[in-house]
Write a protein that binds this ligand. Structure first.
Ligand SMILES: [Zn+2]
Length: 280
C-alpha cells in the first residue's frame, strides 16, 4: 500500500527503528528494493533524486513504482529526494509521490525557510509529507569541509517552527558518496538536536558510514537513513566480476540481473540493520 512517509517515521520513532530510504534511478532498482521490503516484511521508502532527472523519465518511474507498490501488503512511501525548487516539488506531487524533500540547505537560511514553508503547504494540502534540510550534508570527497555545515540546534528548532516540516535532515558528520577518510558522527550534537526538535530526523549519506555508526545514530533520534552509493557500488563490483570472468558469454540480461541482486541484497542488509525488518 502507498503511504505518506511521515506515518512511517512516526512509527519508527515510537518503536525504535529507522526506515531506509533507498534511491533508485530505474525500474529494476526500484523493483529490487520493493522485493527486499516484501521479503523482510519491512516498510520502505523508495527515493528518486532530482539529480537523476536527466537519466530518467521521472513521471514514468513514479507511476511504475506506484503500480507495483500499491497492491503490496507492506507500506511503501515514494519520495522526491533533494528537490531543488518549489516547482520540482509540485511536479513530484503531481506525478504521485507520497512525500517530497526540498533541499534548500545550500541557500541562505531565510530563503530555505521561505521555499520550504511553501512546499510544506502545497504538500500538506494533498496529504503528502515533507522533509527539508538545515545545515548542509556535503560530499564525502570533500569531507574536510563537513564541520562548517553542521546543523545548529537552535537554528533547527527555529526552522521547524517556521516551516512545519514533517522530517528534518540534519548534518551531524555524514556525507554523500564515498568518504575521504573516516566518518565521524557527532552524537552529542545529534542528541541535542533531537531533544530540541523532538521530531523524526534524517541522516543523508548513509552509505559507507559503517553499520555500528548508523545503528548508534538510530538510538539518538534518526528515523530515516538514505542509501544509494552502497547499492550502486555493489552492483558495479558484481558487473565487473561477471565481465572479467566471462566477457564473451555475458548477455546484457545477466548484468541487469547482477544489478537487481546487488540492490536487493544491500537493501535487505540495511532493513535488518535499521530494525525495520518485520515492522510492516
Ligand atoms: Zn542526500
Amino acid at each position: 500500500m502507498l503511504v505518506p512517509m511521515g506515518e512511517l517515521l512516526q512509527d519508527g520513532l515510537k518503536r525504535k527503528y529507522a526506515l531506509g530510504a533507498f534511491d533508485v534511478c530505474n525500474l529494476e532498482m526500484a523493483e529490487s528494493v520493493l522485493q527486499a521490503a516484501v521479503d523482510n516484511s519491512s516498510p520502505v521508502i523508495v527515493a528518486i533524486a532530482e539529480g537523476f532527472f536527466k537519466e530518467v523519465r521521472f513521471e514514468t518511474l513514479v507511476s511504475c513504482i506506484k503500480e507495483q507498490g500499491a497492491p503490496l501488503k507492506i507500506p511503501v512511501a515514494i519520495i522526491l529526494d533533494h528537490g531543488r525548487s518549489y516547482e520540482s516539488c509540485v511536479r513530484a506531487i503531481r506525478a504521485g509521490v507520497t512525500s517530497v524533500m526540498f533541499d534548500g540547505s545550500a541557500l541562505p537560511y531565510e530563503e530555505n525557510v521561505r521555499i520550504t514553508r511553501d512546499v510544506v503547504r502545497a504538500a500538506r494540502a494533498v496529504g503528502v509529507t515533507s522533509e527539508a534540510e538545515v545545515g548542509h550534508v556535503g560530499l564525502g570527497t570533500e569531507y574536510e569541509k563537513t564541520e562548517s555545515g553542521l546543523t545548529k540546534p537552535e537554528e533547527a528548532a527555529q526552522f521547524v517552527a517556521d516551516t512545519g516540516v514533517d522530517a528534518l535532515a540534519v548534518a551531524v558528520g555524514t556525507a554523500h558518496g564515498k568518504y575521504k577518510g573516516e566518518p565521524k558522527i557527532h552524537y552529542d550534537l545529534l542528541s541535542t538536536i533531537y531533544d530540541t526538535v523532538k521530531m523524526p530526523l534524517v541522516l543523508h549519506g548513509g552509505s559507507s558510514t559503517g553499520d555500528e555508526r548508523l545503528k548508534r545514530s538510530i538510538d539518538y533520534g534518526i528515523a530515516k537513513v538514505n542509501i544509494y552509493t552502497d547499492m550502486a557500488e555493489e552492483a558495479k563490483r558484481r558487473i565487473k566480476k561477471t565481465l572479467d570472468e566471462r566477457y564473451d558469454k555475458v548477455r546484457m540480461n545477466d548484468l541487469i540481473h547482477e544489478t537487481r541482486n546487488a540492490f536487493r541484497e544491500v537493501a535487505t542488509h540495511y532493513m535488518q540493520l535499521f530494525g525495520s525488518e518485520g515492522k510492516a
